[in-house]
Design a protein around this ligand. Sequence first.
Ligand SMILES: Nc1ncnc2c1ncn2[C@@H]1O[C@H](COP(=O)(O)OP(=O)(O)OP(=O)(O)O)[C@@H](O)[C@H]1O
Ligand code: SF4
Ligand SMILES: [Mg+2]
Length: 323
Amino acid sequence: MQLLEIKNLQMDFGVGANALRAVDGVSLTIGAGETVCLVGESGCGKSITAQSIARLVPAPPANYVGGEILLNGRDTLKMSPRELQQIRGGVVGYIFQEPGASLNPVFRIGAQIKESLKLHQPAKANNAEVVRLLKLVGIPAPESRMKNYPFEMSGGMQQRVMIAMALASEPKLLVADEPTTALDVTIQAQILDLLRDLKQRLGMAMLLITHNLGIVGDMADRVAVMYAGQIVELAPARELLCRPFHPYTRALMNSVPKLRAETGRLCAIPGNVPRLGNFPPGCRFAPRCPMAKPECSEKIPELIEAQSGRWVRCPFWAASKSA
Ligand SMILES: Nc1ncnc2c1ncn2[C@@H]1O[C@H](COP(=O)(O)OP(=O)(O)OP(=O)(O)O)[C@@H](O)[C@H]1O
Ligand code: SF4
Ligand SMILES: [Mg+2]
């Protein structure tokens, strides 16, 4: 059994005639201890997909209209509010881009970590465990640091506290949504090293959302590429980075600044991600795809297994491979 199995998830914002499908048929598995990266441009649906696992997207406006989200074999879409409360920060822990999303400015960080312990590991809700967690995430002088308020710490240190809070419940799955985007490059590297190290030591699985394909190369076992609410490519990380099949993945990779690029020019993907409710007919990438053909706009391509373990939503992937 997979730790997480999302099957054909469909989530709308709004209901009836005003409903806009924001997550459209997403299927994704994560095995115990596995790291899966979710990539795609802004607005593609990465955060709402990840937050759906513990039903963190406020409903309304969110409306789950189809699919299953099996976490340890149990469907979170069918859980009661009480059960959801238990899995949030229990089986699944979240860290977000902004520590402000998880840290309360008016409480000392030690008290906040203790609160998280009380909820999920009551026997360990003591100062010694808080100190152990702060040490685990590399915070120096944890005995005195635990008395700090969030504003007394740097962004990088706040991010570490947020990770410590997420780890307090010993989650089986850590969802990290752009956990380093707000930090400078050196601190980014430190936080990523920390996550990798913790993952190895604690055997957690991780769903890591990132804009940065460099991070994917460093961290991921597998990668899911999202575009306009759908997964368009899913593959082992190394294979995808060496040889992307979907034209959108290729375009994303071409838009990464390459240090040794001869031209030194940054190539952004022309055009924009279509807005919710404004998706083009057929393949949603067609208006931006250099390989688009008239038939691409006729029907939405299926996600097909192009090679063992490699899924792609483009019938012309083989041509794209050699393009
Ligand atoms: N509460 C909400 N109500 C209505 N629409 C929403 C809500 N939250 C997100 N959306 C829309 O859903 C789509 C997907 O949003 P999401 O935040 O998942 O994108 P993302 O891929 O995480 O982007 P980014 O990289 O900018 O974080 C966007 O069009 C967004 O405007
Ligand atoms: S289906 Fe057509 S438009 Fe879509 S990615 Fe493939 S070639 Fe491009
Ligand atoms: Mg997001």
